[in-house]
Design a binder for this molecule. Structure first.
Ligand code: C2O
Ligand code: CU
Ligand code: CU
Length: 461
Protein backbone atom coordinates (compact mmCIF):
# COMPACT_ATOMS: atom_id res chain seq x y z
CA UNK A 1 0.00 0.00 0.00
CA UNK A 2 1.32 3.42 -0.84
CA UNK A 3 1.77 5.70 2.09
CA UNK A 4 -0.03 8.54 0.36
CA UNK A 5 -3.05 6.29 0.07
CA UNK A 6 -2.94 5.81 3.79
CA UNK A 7 -2.68 9.54 4.34
CA UNK A 8 -5.50 10.62 2.11
CA UNK A 9 -7.65 7.52 1.84
CA UNK A 10 -7.10 6.17 5.32
CA UNK A 11 -10.72 5.75 6.32
CA UNK A 12 -11.65 3.88 3.16
CA UNK A 13 -8.68 1.54 3.46
CA UNK A 14 -9.24 0.77 7.11
CA UNK A 15 -12.58 -0.82 6.25
CA UNK A 16 -15.59 -1.23 8.50
CA UNK A 17 -13.68 -2.15 11.66
CA UNK A 18 -11.47 0.88 11.21
CA UNK A 19 -14.44 3.15 10.75
CA UNK A 20 -16.04 1.93 13.94
CA UNK A 21 -12.85 2.79 15.79
CA UNK A 22 -12.62 6.20 14.19
CA UNK A 23 -16.16 7.06 15.21
CA UNK A 24 -17.49 9.33 12.53
CA UNK A 25 -15.15 9.52 9.57
CA UNK A 26 -16.42 12.97 8.65
CA UNK A 27 -16.24 14.89 11.93
CA UNK A 28 -12.69 16.16 12.38
CA UNK A 29 -11.28 16.01 15.91
CA UNK A 30 -11.41 19.21 17.89
CA UNK A 31 -8.24 21.26 17.77
CA UNK A 32 -6.14 21.25 20.91
CA UNK A 33 -4.74 24.65 21.88
CA UNK A 34 -1.00 24.74 22.42
CA UNK A 35 -0.20 28.10 23.99
CA UNK A 36 3.51 28.89 23.85
CA UNK A 37 4.25 30.95 26.93
CA UNK A 38 6.78 31.92 29.54
CA UNK A 39 6.93 29.58 32.51
CA UNK A 40 8.61 29.21 35.87
CA UNK A 41 9.59 25.86 37.33
CA UNK A 42 11.71 24.55 40.19
CA UNK A 43 14.37 22.58 38.33
CA UNK A 44 16.71 22.57 41.31
CA UNK A 45 16.64 24.56 44.56
CA UNK A 46 14.94 27.73 43.35
CA UNK A 47 12.43 28.60 40.69
CA UNK A 48 13.96 29.10 37.26
CA UNK A 49 12.21 31.97 35.52
CA UNK A 50 12.03 32.64 31.80
CA UNK A 51 11.37 29.07 30.80
CA UNK A 52 9.26 28.38 27.71
CA UNK A 53 6.48 25.82 27.85
CA UNK A 54 2.80 25.27 27.07
CA UNK A 55 1.61 26.10 30.59
CA UNK A 56 2.91 28.54 33.24
CA UNK A 57 4.38 25.99 35.63
CA UNK A 58 4.83 22.58 34.01
CA UNK A 59 6.93 20.89 31.33
CA UNK A 60 5.51 20.61 27.81
CA UNK A 61 2.93 17.80 27.99
CA UNK A 62 3.12 14.52 26.15
CA UNK A 63 0.83 14.82 23.11
CA UNK A 64 -1.04 11.61 22.33
CA UNK A 65 -2.40 10.52 18.98
CA UNK A 66 -3.24 7.34 17.17
CA UNK A 67 -1.79 5.99 13.96
CA UNK A 68 -4.01 6.87 11.00
CA UNK A 69 -6.18 9.32 12.94
CA UNK A 70 -6.16 13.03 12.36
CA UNK A 71 -4.67 15.40 14.95
CA UNK A 72 -5.35 19.12 15.14
CA UNK A 73 -3.43 21.70 17.09
CA UNK A 74 -3.77 25.45 17.23
CA UNK A 75 -0.39 26.83 18.24
CA UNK A 76 -0.78 30.24 19.86
CA UNK A 77 2.22 32.44 20.44
CA UNK A 78 2.19 34.63 23.54
CA UNK A 79 5.94 35.33 23.43
CA UNK A 80 7.52 38.55 22.20
CA UNK A 81 9.43 36.53 19.60
CA UNK A 82 8.42 34.61 16.51
CA UNK A 83 7.99 30.84 16.54
CA UNK A 84 6.85 27.82 14.48
CA UNK A 85 6.14 24.28 15.65
CA UNK A 86 7.76 21.19 14.15
CA UNK A 87 6.69 17.57 14.70
CA UNK A 88 9.95 15.67 14.64
CA UNK A 89 9.80 12.34 12.82
CA UNK A 90 6.18 12.52 11.69
CA UNK A 91 5.89 11.86 7.95
CA UNK A 92 3.11 14.34 7.35
CA UNK A 93 2.23 16.84 4.62
CA UNK A 94 4.96 19.40 3.99
CA UNK A 95 2.72 22.38 4.73
CA UNK A 96 2.28 21.10 8.33
CA UNK A 97 6.00 20.57 9.00
CA UNK A 98 6.56 23.85 10.84
CA UNK A 99 9.74 25.10 9.19
CA UNK A 100 9.75 28.89 8.80
CA UNK A 101 9.96 30.22 5.24
CA UNK A 102 10.34 26.68 3.85
CA UNK A 103 6.84 25.45 4.75
CA UNK A 104 5.10 28.37 6.49
CA UNK A 105 5.64 31.92 7.65
CA UNK A 106 6.86 32.30 11.23
CA UNK A 107 4.13 32.77 13.83
CA UNK A 108 4.39 36.30 15.16
CA UNK A 109 3.72 37.51 18.70
CA UNK A 110 -0.02 37.24 19.37
CA UNK A 111 -0.56 35.10 16.29
CA UNK A 112 -1.54 31.47 15.85
CA UNK A 113 -1.24 28.68 13.32
CA UNK A 114 -3.60 25.75 12.80
CA UNK A 115 -1.84 22.44 12.28
CA UNK A 116 -3.79 19.38 11.14
CA UNK A 117 -2.29 16.09 10.07
CA UNK A 118 -2.66 12.35 10.19
CA UNK A 119 0.41 10.46 11.46
CA UNK A 120 0.98 7.46 9.20
CA UNK A 121 3.35 5.79 11.66
CA UNK A 122 2.98 4.65 15.25
CA UNK A 123 5.80 5.26 17.68
CA UNK A 124 7.64 7.81 19.79
CA UNK A 125 8.13 11.26 18.27
CA UNK A 126 8.51 14.78 19.62
CA UNK A 127 7.80 18.43 18.99
CA UNK A 128 9.84 21.60 19.23
CA UNK A 129 9.96 25.05 17.67
CA UNK A 130 11.91 25.57 14.42
CA UNK A 131 12.10 29.38 14.71
CA UNK A 132 14.00 31.01 17.60
CA UNK A 133 14.99 27.38 17.94
CA UNK A 134 17.92 27.79 20.29
CA UNK A 135 16.24 30.32 22.56
CA UNK A 136 12.96 28.44 22.90
CA UNK A 137 14.31 24.88 23.04
CA UNK A 138 17.10 25.71 25.51
CA UNK A 139 14.51 27.28 27.79
CA UNK A 140 12.38 24.18 27.80
CA UNK A 141 10.05 23.93 24.80
CA UNK A 142 10.71 20.32 23.79
CA UNK A 143 7.90 17.80 24.29
CA UNK A 144 7.22 14.17 23.45
CA UNK A 145 4.56 12.83 21.07
CA UNK A 146 3.22 9.32 21.42
CA UNK A 147 1.44 7.88 18.41
CA UNK A 148 -0.28 4.70 19.54
CA UNK A 149 -0.44 1.64 17.33
CA UNK A 150 -3.81 1.09 15.67
CA UNK A 151 -4.00 -2.08 17.81
CA UNK A 152 -2.99 -2.26 21.47
CA UNK A 153 0.41 -3.97 21.74
CA UNK A 154 -0.36 -5.37 25.20
CA UNK A 155 1.63 -3.47 27.81
CA UNK A 156 0.28 -2.93 31.32
CA UNK A 157 1.51 0.67 31.42
CA UNK A 158 4.04 3.02 29.91
CA UNK A 159 6.44 5.75 30.97
CA UNK A 160 7.72 8.62 28.86
CA UNK A 161 11.15 10.00 29.69
CA UNK A 162 12.09 13.33 28.13
CA UNK A 163 15.84 13.74 28.67
CA UNK A 164 17.41 17.13 28.52
CA UNK A 165 19.94 19.44 30.08
CA UNK A 166 19.55 22.98 31.27
CA UNK A 167 22.38 25.50 31.62
CA UNK A 168 21.93 27.28 34.92
CA UNK A 169 24.02 29.47 37.18
CA UNK A 170 24.37 29.02 40.94
CA UNK A 171 21.13 30.93 41.52
CA UNK A 172 19.27 28.63 39.06
CA UNK A 173 18.91 31.37 36.46
CA UNK A 174 19.64 30.60 32.83
CA UNK A 175 23.18 30.95 31.54
CA UNK A 176 23.57 31.80 27.85
CA UNK A 177 22.51 28.70 25.92
CA UNK A 178 25.63 28.59 23.76
CA UNK A 179 29.17 29.82 23.45
CA UNK A 180 31.06 30.53 20.24
CA UNK A 181 33.68 28.02 21.37
CA UNK A 182 31.03 25.34 21.82
CA UNK A 183 29.23 26.13 18.59
CA UNK A 184 32.48 25.72 16.64
CA UNK A 185 33.16 22.35 18.28
CA UNK A 186 30.90 19.76 19.88
CA UNK A 187 28.33 22.22 21.21
CA UNK A 188 27.83 23.83 24.61
CA UNK A 189 26.71 21.32 27.21
CA UNK A 190 24.15 22.04 29.88
CA UNK A 191 25.08 21.51 33.51
CA UNK A 192 21.84 20.06 34.91
CA UNK A 193 20.59 16.76 33.52
CA UNK A 194 16.87 16.18 33.84
CA UNK A 195 14.16 13.68 32.97
CA UNK A 196 10.79 15.36 32.50
CA UNK A 197 12.39 18.49 34.02
CA UNK A 198 13.21 16.57 37.22
CA UNK A 199 16.39 15.10 38.60
CA UNK A 200 16.17 11.33 38.85
CA UNK A 201 12.38 10.97 39.17
CA UNK A 202 11.16 7.51 40.18
CA UNK A 203 7.90 6.18 38.76
CA UNK A 204 5.82 3.37 40.23
CA UNK A 205 4.67 0.43 38.11
CA UNK A 206 3.03 -2.83 39.06
CA UNK A 207 5.38 -5.57 40.28
CA UNK A 208 5.68 -8.24 37.61
CA UNK A 209 4.04 -6.04 34.96
CA UNK A 210 5.23 -5.14 31.47
CA UNK A 211 6.07 -1.47 30.95
CA UNK A 212 6.79 0.33 27.72
CA UNK A 213 9.58 2.80 28.42
CA UNK A 214 9.86 5.57 25.82
CA UNK A 215 13.12 7.51 26.13
CA UNK A 216 13.58 10.66 24.09
CA UNK A 217 16.65 12.89 23.90
CA UNK A 218 15.29 16.39 23.29
CA UNK A 219 18.48 18.16 24.35
CA UNK A 220 19.99 20.85 22.17
CA UNK A 221 23.49 19.39 22.44
CA UNK A 222 24.22 16.31 24.54
CA UNK A 223 24.60 12.82 23.13
CA UNK A 224 23.39 10.80 26.09
CA UNK A 225 25.17 7.54 26.96
CA UNK A 226 22.45 5.46 28.58
CA UNK A 227 22.13 2.08 30.16
CA UNK A 228 19.72 0.11 32.33
CA UNK A 229 20.58 -1.12 35.78
CA UNK A 230 18.45 -4.04 36.92
CA UNK A 231 15.45 -5.79 35.43
CA UNK A 232 14.98 -7.51 32.11
CA UNK A 233 14.26 -5.51 29.00
CA UNK A 234 14.24 -5.55 25.24
CA UNK A 235 14.64 -2.74 22.72
CA UNK A 236 11.44 -2.74 20.67
CA UNK A 237 11.60 0.49 18.66
CA UNK A 238 14.19 2.98 17.51
CA UNK A 239 13.35 6.52 16.41
CA UNK A 240 9.69 5.62 16.33
CA UNK A 241 9.94 2.52 14.18
CA UNK A 242 9.70 -1.09 15.42
CA UNK A 243 13.03 -2.92 15.30
CA UNK A 244 13.20 -6.24 13.52
CA UNK A 245 16.63 -7.25 14.80
CA UNK A 246 17.80 -8.17 18.28
CA UNK A 247 19.74 -5.29 19.79
CA UNK A 248 21.78 -5.63 22.96
CA UNK A 249 20.13 -4.07 25.99
CA UNK A 250 22.52 -1.34 27.12
CA UNK A 251 24.27 -2.18 30.40
CA UNK A 252 26.99 -0.56 32.50
CA UNK A 253 30.17 -0.37 30.43
CA UNK A 254 28.28 -0.77 27.15
CA UNK A 255 25.91 2.19 26.99
CA UNK A 256 23.66 3.17 24.13
CA UNK A 257 24.32 6.48 22.36
CA UNK A 258 21.13 8.51 22.10
CA UNK A 259 21.81 11.71 20.18
CA UNK A 260 19.66 14.85 20.20
CA UNK A 261 16.44 14.01 18.37
CA UNK A 262 16.69 10.24 18.83
CA UNK A 263 14.30 7.94 20.69
CA UNK A 264 14.43 4.41 21.99
CA UNK A 265 11.49 2.30 23.19
CA UNK A 266 12.13 -0.54 25.59
CA UNK A 267 9.85 -3.28 26.83
CA UNK A 268 10.67 -3.66 30.52
CA UNK A 269 9.59 -6.51 32.79
CA UNK A 270 9.17 -5.10 36.29
CA UNK A 271 10.66 -7.19 39.12
CA UNK A 272 8.06 -9.50 40.70
CA UNK A 273 9.09 -8.37 44.16
CA UNK A 274 7.70 -5.12 45.52
CA UNK A 275 9.99 -2.11 46.10
CA UNK A 276 12.69 -3.01 43.59
CA UNK A 277 14.00 -0.44 41.15
CA UNK A 278 15.12 -0.47 37.53
CA UNK A 279 17.36 2.50 36.85
CA UNK A 280 17.92 4.38 33.62
CA UNK A 281 21.49 5.58 34.05
CA UNK A 282 23.65 8.04 32.10
CA UNK A 283 27.42 8.05 31.78
CA UNK A 284 28.61 11.64 31.93
CA UNK A 285 32.19 12.64 31.15
CA UNK A 286 34.33 12.94 34.26
CA UNK A 287 31.46 12.14 36.63
CA UNK A 288 30.03 9.07 38.30
CA UNK A 289 27.07 7.51 36.44
CA UNK A 290 23.89 9.48 37.04
CA UNK A 291 20.41 8.15 37.74
CA UNK A 292 18.22 9.77 35.07
CA UNK A 293 14.97 8.04 36.04
CA UNK A 294 13.82 4.98 37.92
CA UNK A 295 10.96 2.50 37.65
CA UNK A 296 9.91 1.06 41.04
CA UNK A 297 7.80 -2.06 41.44
CA UNK A 298 4.70 -1.67 43.59
CA UNK A 299 1.85 -3.96 44.66
CA UNK A 300 1.60 -7.56 43.65
CA UNK A 301 0.22 -8.41 40.29
CA UNK A 302 0.51 -11.35 38.00
CA UNK A 303 4.03 -11.96 36.84
CA UNK A 304 4.29 -11.34 33.13
CA UNK A 305 7.06 -12.27 30.74
CA UNK A 306 8.59 -10.32 27.82
CA UNK A 307 7.94 -13.39 25.67
CA UNK A 308 4.22 -12.64 25.90
CA UNK A 309 4.68 -9.57 23.70
CA UNK A 310 4.13 -9.84 19.99
CA UNK A 311 6.51 -7.78 17.85
CA UNK A 312 5.15 -4.31 17.14
CA UNK A 313 3.46 -4.08 13.73
CA UNK A 314 5.57 -2.53 10.98
CA UNK A 315 4.98 1.07 10.01
CA UNK A 316 3.98 1.61 6.36
CA UNK A 317 7.45 2.71 5.20
CA UNK A 318 8.23 1.93 1.58
CA UNK A 319 11.15 -0.47 1.02
CA UNK A 320 14.04 0.97 -0.99
CA UNK A 321 14.95 -0.67 -4.28
CA UNK A 322 18.75 -0.45 -4.11
CA UNK A 323 19.27 -1.74 -7.63
CA UNK A 324 17.60 1.35 -9.02
CA UNK A 325 18.82 3.91 -6.54
CA UNK A 326 20.24 7.30 -7.33
CA UNK A 327 23.27 8.44 -5.30
CA UNK A 328 23.55 11.91 -3.75
CA UNK A 329 26.59 13.00 -1.77
CA UNK A 330 26.73 15.36 1.17
CA UNK A 331 29.76 16.63 3.04
CA UNK A 332 29.36 18.03 6.53
CA UNK A 333 32.25 20.19 7.61
CA UNK A 334 33.59 23.45 8.81
CA UNK A 335 33.42 26.62 6.83
CA UNK A 336 35.84 29.50 6.90
CA UNK A 337 34.16 32.01 9.10
CA UNK A 338 32.10 34.20 6.84
CA UNK A 339 29.20 36.53 7.27
CA UNK A 340 26.94 35.75 10.17
CA UNK A 341 23.67 34.20 9.08
CA UNK A 342 21.14 36.89 8.35
CA UNK A 343 19.16 38.01 11.34
CA UNK A 344 15.57 37.28 10.40
CA UNK A 345 12.63 36.77 12.70
CA UNK A 346 13.88 33.33 13.68
CA UNK A 347 17.12 34.27 15.40
CA UNK A 348 20.82 33.96 14.68
CA UNK A 349 23.69 32.96 16.94
CA UNK A 350 25.83 35.56 15.17
CA UNK A 351 28.39 33.12 13.72
CA UNK A 352 28.95 30.79 10.80
CA UNK A 353 31.10 27.77 11.53
CA UNK A 354 29.55 24.87 9.62
CA UNK A 355 28.46 23.91 6.14
CA UNK A 356 26.84 21.23 4.01
CA UNK A 357 28.58 20.71 0.67
CA UNK A 358 30.82 23.67 1.56
CA UNK A 359 27.83 26.00 1.74
CA UNK A 360 26.77 27.39 5.09
CA UNK A 361 23.06 27.96 5.47
CA UNK A 362 22.41 31.66 5.29
CA UNK A 363 19.95 31.80 8.16
CA UNK A 364 16.36 30.83 8.78
CA UNK A 365 15.04 33.41 6.38
CA UNK A 366 17.40 32.28 3.61
CA UNK A 367 15.95 33.51 0.35
CA UNK A 368 16.91 32.32 -3.08
CA UNK A 369 18.76 29.34 -1.65
CA UNK A 370 18.06 26.20 -3.61
CA UNK A 371 17.76 22.62 -2.38
CA UNK A 372 20.91 20.60 -1.67
CA UNK A 373 19.45 17.87 -3.86
CA UNK A 374 16.29 17.20 -5.81
CA UNK A 375 14.89 13.71 -5.27
CA UNK A 376 12.56 12.33 -7.86
CA UNK A 377 9.36 11.30 -6.20
CA UNK A 378 8.63 7.61 -5.83
CA UNK A 379 12.24 6.59 -6.51
CA UNK A 380 14.85 5.10 -4.21
CA UNK A 381 17.71 7.41 -3.31
CA UNK A 382 20.95 6.71 -1.48
CA UNK A 383 22.36 9.65 0.43
CA UNK A 384 26.07 9.42 1.21
CA UNK A 385 26.68 11.38 4.40
CA UNK A 386 30.35 12.25 4.90
CA UNK A 387 31.51 13.81 8.15
CA UNK A 388 34.68 15.76 7.48
CA UNK A 389 34.95 17.06 11.01
CA UNK A 390 36.24 15.67 14.30
CA UNK A 391 32.84 16.34 15.91
CA UNK A 392 29.76 14.16 15.95
CA UNK A 393 26.62 15.22 14.12
CA UNK A 394 23.12 13.79 14.48
CA UNK A 395 21.88 14.44 10.95
CA UNK A 396 18.13 14.81 10.74
CA UNK A 397 15.87 14.73 7.68
CA UNK A 398 12.27 15.91 7.90
CA UNK A 399 9.29 14.20 6.31
CA UNK A 400 10.90 10.91 5.29
CA UNK A 401 12.19 7.81 7.03
CA UNK A 402 15.49 6.26 5.96
CA UNK A 403 17.66 3.27 6.77
CA UNK A 404 21.47 3.07 7.00
CA UNK A 405 22.99 0.59 4.56
CA UNK A 406 26.75 1.09 5.07
CA UNK A 407 29.33 2.82 7.24
CA UNK A 408 33.11 3.05 6.89
CA UNK A 409 33.51 2.70 10.66
CA UNK A 410 31.04 0.18 12.09
CA UNK A 411 28.36 -2.27 11.21
CA UNK A 412 25.03 -0.55 11.62
CA UNK A 413 21.81 -2.41 12.28
CA UNK A 414 19.13 -1.68 9.65
CA UNK A 415 17.00 0.57 11.86
CA UNK A 416 14.55 2.97 10.26
CA UNK A 417 15.16 6.47 11.48
CA UNK A 418 14.93 10.18 10.83
CA UNK A 419 18.11 11.14 12.74
CA UNK A 420 21.45 9.44 12.07
CA UNK A 421 24.42 10.00 14.34
CA UNK A 422 27.57 10.51 12.27
CA UNK A 423 30.71 9.75 14.23
CA UNK A 424 34.03 11.55 13.69
CA UNK A 425 35.21 11.01 10.10
CA UNK A 426 32.37 8.61 9.44
CA UNK A 427 30.75 8.08 6.04
CA UNK A 428 27.30 6.52 6.13
CA UNK A 429 25.08 5.61 3.20
CA UNK A 430 21.38 5.82 3.93
CA UNK A 431 18.55 4.71 1.67
CA UNK A 432 15.02 5.99 1.32
CA UNK A 433 12.05 6.07 -1.00
CA UNK A 434 11.18 9.70 -1.75
CA UNK A 435 7.45 9.27 -1.33
CA UNK A 436 6.53 12.49 0.44
CA UNK A 437 6.66 15.58 -1.79
CA UNK A 438 7.91 18.92 -0.55
CA UNK A 439 10.92 20.83 0.71
CA UNK A 440 12.29 18.93 3.68
CA UNK A 441 14.72 20.48 6.15
CA UNK A 442 17.99 18.56 6.49
CA UNK A 443 20.26 19.58 9.33
CA UNK A 444 22.38 18.68 12.31
CA UNK A 445 20.33 18.41 15.50
CA UNK A 446 23.04 19.92 17.65
CA UNK A 447 21.24 23.24 17.57
CA UNK A 448 24.45 25.27 17.67
CA UNK A 449 25.58 23.50 14.50
CA UNK A 450 22.16 23.84 12.88
CA UNK A 451 22.10 27.57 13.61
CA UNK A 452 25.69 28.27 12.49
CA UNK A 453 25.47 26.79 9.03
CA UNK A 454 24.86 23.02 9.16
CA UNK A 455 21.42 23.23 7.59
CA UNK A 456 19.85 22.88 4.18
CA UNK A 457 16.91 21.17 2.57
CA UNK A 458 16.08 18.43 0.09
CA UNK A 459 13.30 18.76 -2.46
CA UNK A 460 11.10 15.81 -3.29
CA UNK A 461 9.36 16.65 -6.53
CU1 C2O B 1 13.77 18.02 15.34
CU2 C2O B 1 14.39 20.18 12.00
O1 C2O B 1 14.07 19.14 13.68
CU1 CU C 1 12.31 17.10 12.37
CU1 CU D 1 26.49 18.86 14.22
Amino acid sequence: MLRRDLLFGGAALLGAAGLARLGSATAPPEAQDLVIQRAAYRLRAQDTLGMVSLSPDAPPPVLYGRQGQEMRFTVRNTLDDYTAMHWHGLRIANAMDGVPYLTQMPIGPGEGFAYAYTPPDAGTYWYHPHCMTMEQMAHGLTGVMVIAEAEDPGFDSEEVINLRDFRLDAADAFLPAYTARGAARGGTMGNLQTANWRQGPVYDHGAGSLVRLRVVNTDTTRIYKLYLDGGTARIIAWDGHPVRVVLPVPRAGAPLLLAPGQRVDLAVAMPAEEGRQIALMADLPGQPPRLMAGLRSVGSGSRRDLAELKPLPRNPVAQPDLERAELHEFVFGWTPEGDAPNDGFCGTLGYTFWSINRTPWAGDAAKDVGPLAVLERGKTHVLRLRNESPNQHPIHLHGLAFVPIASNRRSLPPLWTDTMLLLKDEVIDIALVADNPGDWAFHCHVIEHQKTGLTGFLRVT
